[in-house]
Design a protein around this ligand. Structure first.
Ligand SMILES: Nc1ncnc2c1ncn2[C@@H]1O[C@H](COP(=O)(O)OP(=O)(O)OP(=O)(O)O)[C@@H](O)[C@H]1O
Ligand SMILES: [Mg+2]
Length: 279
């Protein structure tokens, strides 16, 4: 797991990621957190399969356990009940096969943009010249030329997000977990990054599990959109999105059927947004 931080994990090197095989598989997963004398059930009885090569988007009300699900997939926490499998093996520790763009960026404040993006390559002892070229390529991809020597504290929120994305993609993980990666970006840049994400996915065959608050982003990018209920989060709808690929993220919103589909999913989501929360 890198992107937010470097880590190692069991099963990663031998993981079977053949196309179409289940990569992330939640089977009856519940997660409870203890907070003082209260117990919060974040998610309850979640069943979800993400196959190798799929682009799956998750939307759901705030607090329904989306980040919790990604955290478990990354091996940062374990289910309280049920099984969370990665390539058929239970995830019992930090999962090195996934790159994780966490919701809150945690760049190293003492490293420059270049230093942060090259971190995972450095840890993996990548040849220095190759690492430099890769970092430059990533900087260009996320449009941060000219900021190579800047420190995270000197960047806007959107720029920091772009550094996080570049850092995660730099070492080419086969599976990407992204928690609202474009949430802080302005509308135009968001579309550019969506197009880039789709291109990377199509070219590399990565598996992507992508959390967003933006239904149109989910419909534009996903092979499937998962709508979760309010807490305790459960899978309310698992909708296949059949728009042909490659999709023009700049124009797809005007394509016949797009608005209806987004509205249908929005209605399902909205029905849960103001309902009472069950601890
Ligand atoms: N480490 C933790 N300790 C205690 N409670 C936690 C922890 N992580 C999450 N929770 C609780 O679990 C629930 C789900 O949190 P989570 O962050 O997964 O929601 P989310 O769907 O990602 O929300 P948002 O859309 O706001 O990011 C919340 O009630 C949260 O307070
Ligand atoms: Mg979250």
């Amino acid at each position: 797991m890198t992107g937010s931080s470097a880590s190692v994990g069991p099963g990663a090197a031998t993981a079977d990621l053949a196309p179409g095989r289940p990569v992330i598989s939640a089977q009856g997963v519940s997660k409870r957190f203890r907070r003082k004398d209260q117990v919060v059930t974040a998610i309850k009885d979640v069943d979800l399969d993400v196959s190798s090569g799929e682009f799956v988007c998750i939307v759901g009300p705030s607090g329904c356990g989306k980040s919790t699900l990604l955290n478990m997939s990354a091996g940062l926490m374990e289910p309280s009940k049920g099984k969370l499998l990665f390539a058929g093996e239970p995830v019992t520790g930090p999962n090195t096969s996934v790159g994780y763009i966490t919701q809150k960026d945690n760049l190293m404040p003492w490293h420059t943009v270049e230093g942060n993006i090259g971190l995972a390559l450095h840890i993996r002892k990548t040849d220095k010249a190759k690492a430099r070229a890769r970092v430059a390529e990533m900087i260009e991809m996320v449009g941060l030329q000219g900021f190579e020597k800047s420190y995270p504290g000197e960047l806007s929120g959107g720029m920091r997000k772009r550094v996080t994305l570049a850092r995660t993609l730099a070492y080419d993980p086969p599976v990407l977990l992204a928690d609202e990666p474009f949430g802080a970006l302005d509308a135009q840049l968001k579309l550019v990054m969506q197009a880039e994400m789709q291109r990377i996915w199509a070219e590399t065959g990565k598996t992507i599990l992508f959390v967003t608050h933006d239904i149109s982003e989910a419909v534009a990018l996903g092979d499937r959109v998962i709508v979760m209920s309010s807490r305790p989060g459960q899978v309310k709808v698992d909708r296949r999105i059949d728009f042909p690929r490659p999709r023009d993220v700049f124009k797809i919103r005007h394509q016949p059927g797009f608005a209806d589909l987004a509205e249908e999913l929005w209605d399902i989501l909205a029905a849960d947004m103001h309902s009472g929360e069950d601890m």
